[in-house]
Design a protein around this ligand. Sequence first.
Ligand code: SF4
Length: 700
Amino acid sequence: MITVEKIVRSTCPYCGVGCQVDLHIALDHIVRVSAPANVAPNYGRLCVKGRFGMDFVQHPSRLKFPLIRKDLGEKPRKPAGLEGFRQASWDEALDLAATRLAEINRTYGGDAIGTFCSAKATNEDNYVFQKFVRGVLGTNNVDHCARLCHAASVTGLQIAIGSSAMSNSIAEMKNLEVFIVTGSNTSETHPVISTFLREAVVKHGAKLIVIDPRAIEMTQFATLWLRQTPGTDVAVFQAMAQVIVSEGLYNREFIEARTEGFPQYVEEIMDSTPEWAESISGVPAEQIRQAARLYARASAAAIYWGMGISQSVHGTDNALSLANLALLTGHIGRPGTGLNPLRGQNNVQGCSDSGGLPNVFPGYQPVDNPEIYNKFARAWGVELNPEPGLTTMEMVDAADAGLIRAYFVMGENPLMSEPNLRHARHVMENLDFVLVQDIFFNETAEYADVILPATSFAEKDGTFTNSDRRVQLVRPAIPAPGEARDDWKILCDLAQRVEAKLGRESSAGFTYAHPAEIWDEMAALTPPFQGINYARLEAESGVHWPCNSADEPGTPYLFTDTFPRGKGQFTPLEYGAGAEMPDDEYPFILSTGRVLYHWHGGTLTRRSRLNLIYPEATVEIHPEDAARLSIHNGQKVKVRSRRGRIEVKALVTDRSPQGMVFIPFHFAEAAANELTLDVRDSRAKIPDYKVCAVAVEAAV
Ligand code: SF4
């Protein structure tokens, strides 16, 4: 019988719902996880990952000591297992990292260093990371996995309304009237949110429109399910807009008062008839009409979307076409309405908010705005680089061209998450220096020169910001393994050492005693955070930004009177096909995504008991396709694209339509990204993980 010694309130480290959890601790272990009943955003609910997937923190393979590669300096570098590294002291590892970063900075300039911060680390960790990169390394080459999941949503929403965060709160979901879910397998990717959405349908009679190629669970609750051919989303959304305009269902008053560009938009949209969209997407024209009428006639209607919309070469157009629908109908700026990109990682919202992006300081303040630049340069006491940096994929290109010589990767695993992994590995092989800071030895760490062991969410103080902009605390519940240190502490130490190696006086201020001090510094420089502090987060268990002063309550839903860009902008769009469509040699469309029991690159869930439930990769294939290829359920099959090949187990199901296969991207031994395409959306620079051409055959 285990006696629970304490219960520590914290925030789930998996998805962007940001569920509040109570960690039950005995003998320095998490022995149980429960959820507080009356606390937002989850009100007592947890999914299987939150309830049973926290044991990764106690996994024996946690990194406990700094490590240094044994064949340091050999090029091209080879992937090395743990046996290719030796244990080092913190002093030796940090000194080596600082020396190499300073050398590369002196020889090639700060822009020769590419850095990746972490949507799994706290806001405070990420604030210090980007301050180090900008203030000490002198580059804005800082990006993170938001680039690979919702960059297109960010770009599209910035164009349309000037703000990219989810506009409405999770708390509003269960009282919805009409809502669209598109490109989001919500019950597996954001399970607790899906319970609120289903409750809206089952208990309150809300009408749900699902627009998705796969027969995801949410379709069972839908009034309408529009099953488009993958990659044809813009055609469907355009045709819905055409119906709304041609049938006079738009909101004249809202359009006149709050938008611009309507006349030009109407001119462009009128040819996008439902019949035209049917010929492209396969969705019956009548269904498109019904969906448009249902959405437009509601007194309040919301749109939720996920990576199925954003991870596309047309991702920005997808987001813009959803924004056009909300602006046409005025379904934004009120409870139960809005444009809501469901954020993936636990702190992907916060990492972006904290300045983990190449073009903006914390709070989306542009690095190339002289007034903003001067504010941060003065506060940090340093000269800054006024040129926006490179995005994740641009850093890969720059490294390939020899312009980037070093990577610093904190809490990310690009060698699982980048598309076209063979190319990404080739780039890593030729870098001069690779520094990895993480809690586990992962696929990227195999290419590192120095590995620094960090603490997990359960071992440190800090804040995460969830998908609906709610800033919430994490608290230390168990001791860190071995000599692992908090990310922000490692970064402060490293920053001071690099400054010393560069012969500079320590001026940017890396001497915090507690993450609360880091938050206060960030908030003082970032107006939407100025009303939030740790004392308030303790007392209120979370506050939605924007919250400009201590006497404001926070903002659960946005845009009541105006948009950040002033008026909402209608954008005419043209439909474009996917970058790589099926042909005789590669006859299937491959789409990638998540399953309930795993999370992203699998670094955490593959080290939890959840891996027992879902231990290996599968490829979803339609029964008729499987029969034609003589593939039976559970059989090993080969999937190959023009970039690589993997072997996976067939899952014969009509969940995916004929002609499409679906592979989850959590499994390193059958990494879906060996197959994916690194062509990207021209504006958001996000690669297309949802449409590329593959061939499937039985493995012999
Ligand atoms: Fe954690 Fe997301 Fe599950 Fe909530 S829904 S318990 S935040 S993984």
